[in-house]
Write a protein of this length. Sequence first.
Length: 286
Amino acid sequence: MKNEVVGIDAGGTLIKIAYRVNDEWELQKIPLTDMEKVQTWIEDRVDNPVIHITGGKAETLRKSLPWPAEPISEFEATCKGVSYLRKRFNEDETYGDTYIITNVGTGTSIHFAGPKEYERVGGSGMGGGTLIGLSYLLTGIETYEEILRLGKEGDGRSLNVKVKDIYTDEEPPISGDLTASNFGNIMNMKNNEYENKDYIAAVVRMIGETITTMSVQMADRLNTDSIVYIGSTFDKHDHLKEIIGGYTKLRGKEPCFLPYGEFSGAVGAYMHEEPYFAEKKAERKG
Ligand SMILES: Nc1ncnc2c1ncn2[C@@H]1O[C@H](COP(=O)(O)OP(=O)(O)OP(=O)(O)O)[C@@H](O)[C@H]1O
Ligand SMILES: [Mg+2]
């Protein structure tokens, strides 16, 4: 019986699975808390799987699965998956072959990708986990869908201090509409009633602005104009995409929210050692 490859990216919050049937990708997310469902999902589809596994929870999941599993470096898998998905969706033609990858998962990892190489260049604890955790701390709400919905409805901008709030009597040296301090407006907090949705909106804005700033600075340092944003934190989160996309453009860079970008790690793990990468390796050696 033929062995069939299944790519898995077991992250700190969600397990992503990538599998191919008749040249079509089948992609699935399973919360880490439902880890046991991974085996059933695979058994329902594949008779004789060979697992290519990556992510911080790879070893934990690998131990629970009854099949052979090849561990693959998370950063390598992510960058390979992004490279494949960019070609698949023709984003490489639009944005060129040198770019920053900002992976907003539970936490955030930043990578540089060139035509033939990639490297992890930075990261931050400010990520999708911060969105859930800080929202919970401020409002007591822990359902992810509810956090998404409220964040969209709220407007927490008056919880922040803008540059023009500081430069009240003179022209600011940078745009007065930029945020000078996220959650810095204690006066407004004391004098106004805020709703849960406003707190969550302010959390989303803080995460979006911080992630953009880090990504833009990295792009400047590494001489590229393109930033590819991936990670499940963007899934159904148009509000966060608007903040990050708008601010990235304002800072003179080109944002790309890669379709299915959150599956980059799983797709890259699946494709490990496929001809495309073998070619890249040969090119690098040559
Ligand atoms: N159904 C969901 N349940 C929980 N979080 C979700 C869900 N959908 C999207 N998210 C968001 O996506 C984030 C996780 O993103 P992602 O799956 O890319 O990270 P991860 O790979 O699990 O973590 P890491 O790469 O940091 O180990 C969560 O922190 C949350 O903000
Ligand atoms: Mg991840």
